[in-house]
Design a protein around this ligand. Structure first.
Ligand code: 6GU
Length: 234
């Protein structure tokens, strides 16, 4: 059964372009996932198709109006159990653990809805009515929730069994179980000599156990150097 991913946005073209490309696009063509991109502006309630307005009480920036957002979610959602994500810097910070939890909820419902905020934010009553899971992709501010939604979709779709060509590669990546939360080791491919830079000798030795040991060691050293926080509970 294919997972239905629905993105509600004011900038549908920005989302579509990415979802057609590379592994995300291939996953859809192979029927492992299907994408629906909904233009929130289609759910505006006035003839000018207004989707944002000034905040009550004053202040800089525009606020996305509640009615188009709530109507768009209600019209799009097929399963009331499907998780609704609101992409916002105020949200819970995404990590691989949250990705797996969201994939589990989404797979259970057959559907996940991602709502992209824009401007200064969205009317709090939309949040009250929809009870979305609020998700951030990190501690910096972007102009909108579109790139974060695509980040979440990419992280989710690559964890759907069969989506990655080599079924092992998801498990070996940084931050996943096989490396126990360690960073990747360095990798090399042809040519063997590039501008005088050669390949570490062990990789040319054909000695698989030594190669594995070298990779583990590199992975650990790199993690210690760059991300000691990942080793804290070891
Ligand atoms: Cl989800 N939205 C925006 N606008 N900025 C962000 C973010 C989300 N996550 C990190 N920065």
């Amino acid at each position: 059964m294919s997972l239905s991913v629905k993105v509600l946005t004011l900038f549908p073209d920005m989302i579509r372009a990415v979802l057609e490309t590379s592994i995300l696009g291939r996953a859809a063509r192979q029927g492992q996932v299907d994408y629906t991109v909904v233009d929130i502006r289609d759910f505006a309630v006035d003839k000018h198709r207004t989707v944002d307005d000034y905040p009550y009480g004053g202040g800089a920036g525009m606020i996305m109006m509640a009615p188009p957002i709530v109507e768009a979610v209600e019209a799009t959602r097929e399963n009331d159990d499907a998780p609704v994500l609101l992409m916002t810097p105020q949200g819970e910070r995404l990590d691989e653990g949250l990705v797996l939890e969201l994939l589990d909820l989404a797979s259970g419902a057959g559907e996940i809805i991602l709502l992209c905020g824009h401007y200064k934010g969205i009317d709090e009553r939309a949040i009250e009515l929809l009870c979305p899971r609020e998700v951030s992709i990190g501690d910096y501010v972007l102009t909108g929730g579109e790139l974060p939604a695509l980040v979440v979709i990419d992280a989710l779709v690559r964890r759907i069994p069969g989506v990655l060509g080599n079924s092992d590669s998801a498990e070996q990546d940084s931050f996943t179980a096989a490396l126990a939360g360690r960073l990747e080791c360095p990798w090399y491919t042809r040519p063997p000599d590039f501008r005088g830079l050669e390949i570490p000798e062990v990789l040319m030795s054909g000695h698989h156990a030594k190669i594995e040991a070298w990779r583990r060691e590199q992975s650990l050293a790199r993690t210690r150097q760059r991300r000691p926080d990942l080793l804290d509970d070891d």
